[in-house]
Design a protein around this ligand. Structure first.
Ligand SMILES: [Zn+2]
Length: 473
């Protein structure tokens, strides 16, 4: 079991060789600090098993530091409280607001999905249980405590932490841990998910401080993203085609950031004189709530200067006047009966649950439907299988043939690409003693390792699940 007296060490309890389930355990100064408490996502059965296994006792955790509100970084928090843990959770004020919405939605979604699955399979003996319920999400939310960027959190006389703007999504942060050890003060910098040098909405990551140990994401360690202008043009072409064919465009979208980016790009396109008349629906109560948070923060310095300038001229960058916010289940279902072209933005982004599955089920056989994938699709997820071109998929356990078009736009990533990551690492002064690559599959991690080695960086670690590294040298 965990030795709290270990002077300074890190154990990788998730997102080691894959992109979901970020959970990194820091032991120092007699404390156990958990950096992120994310949900594993992907194929249902597999991810349920992985989510159930914590590699530590929830009751032993002294505090949790949360990088941002995406479910693969915060979604397993309620399980800590369901299993008798009671630690405080520190995050930025925007993350606190976003995370509260995400966790309640996640609890409701799991309860509803389990109920629906069990109903469909009532005759078979297959039964699934939600990982947690609303009461557990409430318990987690009650423990959220906000800290501003750059504020120093002092845990005891030897350990402190700070949040720095990661530029990934609203409220996102890197986490810096300073620990006084027998070998002197040592600093670990965990990037969480790292933003791009130039994104659609957010600032670039804060100029990094030097660190002894760097734990950095590597989701796109082998890829360069498309330019925003290409994406605008392609999206415009897809919209024009849908209008011509009277087809629907179904955009499975993550409620946080991706949805607001899509709406913002649609807002840009609406300024073109030849933009066709097409209704836009945002069919995700969670995405609606988060879009409202974005609107409230739209003048805040966490958005980049270009966006803030745009928002001064167009005071409705998130489409409150023309995007139809769908609230009730009945309104959502009524979209199926509505003829003609339309854009439906709905969660979840990897088609692993939520209302988007009902829209997919109803439109997958129509060759004029376009499923537009705008986010990362984890291996095993339904969105990934569609992206890979499979011709038959199961939705709620029932097989459907795929006749609709499936298209992908890569620009909407709010993750650093290979060049952004390299620029970030080369900007660290002094260079870190060790670099741990997390939150990336093994292909991305190896490609990034080669690239970094060719630039003179040595000591690049590809931690495996459950592996512990000593951080005193
Ligand atoms: Zn994220």
């Amino acid at each position: 079991m965990v030795d709290k007296n270990s002077e300074f060490s890190i154990t990788f309890c998730g997102a080691a060789g894959e992109v979901t389930g970020s959970r990194h355990l820091i032991k120092t100064g007699g404390l156990l600090l958990l950096l992120d408490c994310g949900m594993f996502q992907g194929h249902r059965v597999e991810s349920i098993e992985k989510n159930k296994k914590f590699l530590f006792k929830p009751g032993d955790i002294d505090a949790i530091l949360l990088s941002h509100g995406h479910i693969d970084h915060c979604g397993a928090l309620p399980m800590i409280y369901r299993r008798e843990g009671n630690p405080p959770v520190y995050c930025t004020p925007a993350t606190k607001e976003i995370c509260s919405i995400m966790l309640m939605d996640s609890a409701r979604l799991q309860e509803a999905d389990a109920k629906f699955f069990n109903k469909i399979h009532a005759r078979k003996s297959i039964k699934i249980e939600p990982l947690y319920e609303e009461k557990d999400a409430h318990a987690a939310i009650e423990n959220l405590k906000s800290a501003e960027y750059n504020e120093t959190l002092i845990f005891n006389e030897t350990v402190s932490a700070r949040f720095l703007d990661a530029g990934h999504v609203l409220g996102s942060s890197m986490i810096q841990i300073d620990a006084r050890t027998s070998a002197g003060t040592r600093r670990l910098l965990y990037t969480g998910d790292l933003g791009r040098r130039k994104s659609l909405l957010m600032n670039p990551p804060s100029p990094p401080p030097g660190a002894d140990w760097l734990v950095i994401e590597s989701t796109y360690g082998s890829r360069i993203h498309d330019s925003a202008e290409d994406a605008r043009n392609r999206l415009f072409e897809i919209i024009k085609r849908a209008v011509r064919e009277k087809g629907k465009i179904l955009i499975p979208s993550f409620a946080l950031e991706r949805t607001q980016e899509i709406i913002f790009v649609l807002d840009n396109l609406r300024h073109r004189s030849d933009f066709p008349d097409i209704p836009i629906y945002l069919d995700s109560p969670m995405a609606v709530s988060i879009t409202k948070i974005f609107n409230r923060y739209s003048r805040s310095p966490c958005f980049d200067a270009e966006f803030r300038k745009y928002a001064e001229i167009d005071n409705d960058p998130f489409g409150f006047e023309y995007v139809k916010f769908v609230h009730s289940k009945e309104e959502s279902q009524s979209l199926n009966d509505r003829p003609g072209s339309m854009i439906i933005i709905s969660a979840s982004g990897m088609l692993e649950g939520g209302r988007v599955l009902h829209h997919l089920r109803n439109n997958i056989a129509n060759e004029n439907t376009t499923v537009l994938l705008v986010g990362y699709q984890a291996e095993g997820a339904l969105g990934r299988r569609l992206q890979d071109g499979v011709k038959k998929v199961k939705i709620f356990g029932i097989e459907h043939e795929v006749f609709c078009r499936v298209e992908t736009l890569n620009v909407f990533s709010s993750h650093a690409d290979k060049e952004d990551i390299i620029a970030f690492i080369t900007g660290l002064n002094p260079a870190p003693k060790k670099i741990f690559l997390v939150h990336g599959d093994n292909h991305s991690r190896s490609a990034l390792t080669e690239e970094l080695k060719s630039r003179g960086f040595q000591n690049i670690m590809l931690p495996e699940l459950g592996q512990t590294y000593n951080l005193i040298e």
